[in-house]
Design a protein. Structure first.
Length: 308
């Protein structure tokens, strides 16, 4: 019998489970699929926004949008069109019920577990297709899937359920080559993000001005230390690079932002004799604030504006 067995809602950037159905079976096959669920959730940011993983007698389908992924497990003969219509319903309801700020700042796993009530009701409807109360335009979804089929993830790409291998996304079936993480769009800019961007530019400009003044002082007094000039210009470069990381997605983006913040701290420590405590506090605080905003602004999936 073809049916949906379970579903879950996961945050894309770190794989944090936000909600899930609570009716997992305890069969060996289902336990194996639960492991694949966890493995996939750790790599969602590196995968296209619509994917399918075939695992023998079960299929795992998911879609990602606005930093949240909606995953479901169904039997292998469950129609793909119904599977993605089901996921689309979960997506629309979740976006309507919870704002992006709540999902971005969530810390506890399953903090939206009450969403399981909607998952269960929707699952029951889709498991009894003859009595589907909602009239869905399946033709639109069929056309969407034909034009942009889900990326087929193979079990070999994931490796063993006990050890996660590297997932390489080379081609998106039906659309040719795709660009991976470096060309993903980021979530919409927030007001704190704009403030951090402007303050980083300001700190960079202040470092640049002080750097030119240090050069002038060096030319007038041969005994001046040239390393101060280097520290000012390194501080400028670090602030501007934080602005770049905030605007564009790159590989190892979070690690780069922390290293850049470390460079800002080192430069200000070296410039301790030339700056008062308030100036040092301002530059370090702006660096920390910008690092936080880079961390919060994560890649987003395809926006939910396609017709279903």
């Amino acid at each position: 019998m073809s049916m949906i067995l379970s579903a879950s809602v996961v945050r894309v950037r770190d794989g944090l489970p936000l909600s899930a159905s609570t009716d997992y079976e305890q069969s060996t096959g289902m336990q194996e699929c639960r492991k694949y669920f966890k493995m996939l959730s750790k790599k969602l940011s590196q995968l296209p926004d619509r994917c399918t993983l075939k695992t023998g007698q079960y299929n795992i389908n998911f879609i990602s949008s606005l930093g949240v992924s909606y995953m479901m497990l169904c039997t292998e003969n469950y129609p793909s069109v119904l599977a993605f219509c089901f996921l689309d319903e979960l997506q629309k309801e979740f976006i309507t019920t919870y704002n992006m700020m709540k999902t971005n700042t969530a810390i506890r796993p399953y903090c939206f577990i009450e969403f399981d009530n909607f998952i269960q009701r929707t699952k029951q409807r889709y498991n009894n297709t003859r009595s589907l109360s909602t009239k869905m335009n399946l033709a639109d979804m069929q056309t969407e899937i034909k034009l942009r089929p889900p990326y087929q993830i193979s079990v070999s790409e994931l490796g063993s359920p006990n050890g996660f291998a590297h997932v390489s996304v080379g081609e998106y079936k039906g659309t040719g080559k795709i660009s991976a993480a470096p060309h993903q769009r980021l979530e919409p800019v927030t007001l704190p993000g704009i403030v951090s961007f402007v303050l980083s530019l300001l700190c960079g400009a202040l470092n640049l001005i002080r750097g030119f003044h240090a050069i002038e002082s060096l030319l007038q007094n041969e005994g001046e230390d040239f390393s101060y000039v280097i520290a000012f210009f390194l501080g400028t470069a670090a602030c501007l690079y934080q602005c770049y990381l905030f605007v564009y997605y790159t590989g190892w983006r979070n690690a780069k932002s922390f290293l850049t913040f470390g460079l800002i701290c080192l430069c200000n420590m070296y410039l301790y004799e030339l700056r008062n405590l308030w100036q040092l506090f301002f530059h370090v605080t702006v660096g920390a604030f910008s690092t936080l905003q880079i961390r919060l602004r994560q890649p987003q999936g395809k926006s939910p504006d396609y017709n279903v």
